[in-house]
Design a binder for this molecule. Structure first.
Ligand code: RB5
Length: 144
């Protein structure tokens, strides 16, 4: 596993998937910082997004995970921050290329639209795949 410290956050719709993914990560001896939410009471996804993007931007963790119902709200929120590259992933291939080509530092899931097992494999791939660099580095530099 290349990544050793990650932050995770969700809204009420993402709570169950967050708990599931925390266990996946713990089984692999990774350190995970859980920024909530901690139950299924309705909350606003930008608040939980902010906690995770802050941890990534301050380099307190190497990568982040965000979950809401569709993944769209969390993606929109996270990508407002310079140097955040948040990728909404629905397949392992998307997770792999989000790292290889986009150097994504946050993976986003839509808990109402993705199977748990697929999310699990996406997350593992996201954490294990290195950025390819080269021409992709030039493209990423144009984002900021
Ligand atoms: C909450 O119902 C839902 O709107 C939220 O989880 C997310 O899907 C927003 O994009």
């Amino acid at each position: 596993m290349l990544t050793s410290q990650i932050a995770i956050g969700c809204d009420h719709a993402g709570f169950a998937l967050k708990q599931f993914l925390i266990n996946v990560v713990r089984d692999r001896s990774l350190k995970i910082f859980d920024f909530g939410t901690f139950n299924e009471e309705s909350v606003d996804y930008p608040d939980f997004c902010r906690a995770v993007t802050d941890a990534v931007l301050k380099s307190e963790v190497e990568r982040g995970v965000l979950i809401c119902g569709t993944g769209i709200g969390m993606s929109i929120s996270a990508n407002r921050f310079p140097h955040i590259r948040a990728a909404l992933c629905y397949s392992e291939k998307m997770a792999k290329f989000a790292r290889l080509h986009n150097d994504a530092n946050i993976i986003v899931f839509g808990s109402r639209l993705v199977e748990k097992e697929i999310a699990k494999h996406c997350l593992i791939t996201f954490l294990e795949t290195e950025f390819e660099g080269g021409r992709h580095q030039r493209r990423i530099a144009k984002l900021s």
